[in-house]
Write a protein that binds this ligand. Structure first.
Ligand SMILES: [Zn+2]
Length: 57
């Protein structure tokens, strides 16, 4: 699905992850981490349409 509202989060390593608004509520600030253990703690791109990397929708 490509019409999900997502926010792109970025880790200090530059890796990015899209997270939809539903997952954001579920995660409640408990952000996923990269394979190197870096948190996706910085917004790379604000709310836009895309594919959620957390729930896959
Ligand atoms: Zn999601």
């Amino acid at each position: 699905m490509k019409n999900q509202k997502v926010i792109t989060w970025q880790a200090p390593t530059g890796e990015t992850l899209n997270i939809c608004t539903k997952c954001e509520k579920k995660l409640a600030g408990n952000w996923p981490k990269t394979s190197e253990g870096q948190e996706y703690c910085q917004v790379s791109k604000g709310l836009h349409k895309g594919h959620c990397g957390n729930c896959g929708k």
